[in-house]
Design a protein around this ligand. Sequence first.
Ligand code: ATP
Ligand code: MG
Length: 585
Amino acid sequence: MTVSPASTSPAATPEAPKPSTLPSNFLRQIIEADLASGKHSQIITRFPPEPNGYLHIGHAKSICLNFGLARDYKGICNLRFDDTNPEKEEKEYVDSIVDSVSWLGFGWGSEKSTDQAHALFASDYFDFMYQAAEHLIDRGLAYVDEQSAEEMRANRGDFNTPGKPSPYRSRTPEQNLERFKEMAGGKHADGAMVLRAKIDLASPNINLRDPAIYRIRRATHHNTGDKWCIYPMYTYAHPIEDALEGITHSICTLEFEDQRPFYDWLMDRLLEGGLIKQQPRQYEFARLNLTYVITSKRKLAQLVNEKKVSGWDDPRMPTIVGLRRRGYTPESLQLFAERIGVSKSDSWIDYSTLEGCLRETLDPIAPRAMAVLEPLKLILTNWEEAFGSAEHLEDCSAPVHPHLPDLGKRNFKLGKEVWIEQTDYEEIPSKGFFRLFPGNKVRLKYGFVIEVMGSVKDAAGNITAVNANILKDTKSGTPGSDAVKVKGVITWVSAADAVKAEIRLYDRLFKTEHPDAGGKDFLEALNEDSLKTITAYVEPSLANAKPDDKFQFERHGYFVADRVDHKSGKVVFNKITGLKDTWAK
Ligand code: ATP
Ligand code: MG
């Protein structure tokens, strides 16, 4: 018999909630007002990752936000790669980002496609960006600066001191245009000069003190190859990308608040010049900070490169591929994003919130199964007497899911020898212990009541097995099952049909709530015990589990068949999380 798995494939795009149940937040209020006033007839948002790493849980928040707003207000969300940094960007990252966004349940563009062909790239607009730069130069709004990086920094001034003009600031548009063309033509060395916007050297906002908008960098770009040796700066490129795509609400994290004046300056200038037709608006929200988790791409890359984890998809990684391999579902991450909401002030979200969303979404759908993680042999000594043969196997069954009768039953055997948990037996019972101890009666769940006789020990005194007798007329589901009252019900698997499984027990990757706080080396906070691999026995139906199938192992928690290593003949499960939060303060 096969057990129907919980959510194996990419989720369908989540249904839009009914308007009356839409959560309220400042972004929704802005959008609702813009739609009501007719400022926009349709909203267009975007998710703009830089393809320089794998997406993480913080990006998941941004994805659910941007795509979720487009979904709820019948708009469009673009997946756009901000690929303006050729040295750090790679096709591998583009592919994995496409995969992660579609796995989360979202499609992009007006087609709501999950096809990479419908993703957009900043590099597709490089020609336009170049023309826009020439336009700014023409109007005396940009100049080529040949100061060294140090000189530029020194002359920028600080909060108390206005910037000093570069000796090159007063060049004519013609001189600047010629120089800029030389930059693009490869006449000058990397770093020899930059193109700067000419704004205001006395501005209290440092970002307006003539920010660089183009630099020389000889690097092969994953999309444009060697066509360009100059690349636009992110802060210049991003507003242009938004404008060309007709983005109505450009939503980013709070660090970009100080960039908004430049964003607006550039849009105003290009609008005046007739280069763009509408002005996108930038709105900032607080990024996700999650306790026990690092969301810096650089540090995540370090964990991978220094082999502290097995790769980007290590089940302990907060990357979307890692969370997926760990057993997180798109629904659980969508619920998490919804629950944490959006605000304008930074805060920390407790890790238990994420795990709570997982339990809430898995519990109603995950098929149940029994597994014994620390096996101890239980011998039913009167088996032959009860059933006429020591080899007799008794058919037992249990619901696949206690609240979903339509999923049917799972079947397994009970025989003379059974695996139970070591912790379910105590020779001398501690206070309040009502499972197996000599003289006590307990129920083997979905099986019989048994009475414990005692244990078998090796020469060193270690318990190697437990002996018990079954009470024959007490089988679950038969009229006699209520005749004997017991306090303890224990899970088990039969030695006759149990399947051996490798089980990877994961714990948090970091020991401390804020692993990278206070300038400490975050590697010092690594939890050395975050992975423990054990051999366990699981119910026979689990031999048919497919990679990514998720189950609740009764009494133990949620487990997923590892999407990489689990195959027929080699059963490998990852622990997703326990049944209850064991970390709550
Ligand atoms: P980098 O330092 O490489 O720029 P990044 O995390 O900002 O790292 P991007 O690829 O630029 O990576 O991010 C794509 C989008 O995801 C951006 O709009 C960014 O604001 C958003 N984002 C990144 N980290 C978080 C986070 N922790 N919470 C919410 N949104 C985030
Ligand atoms: Mg960024």
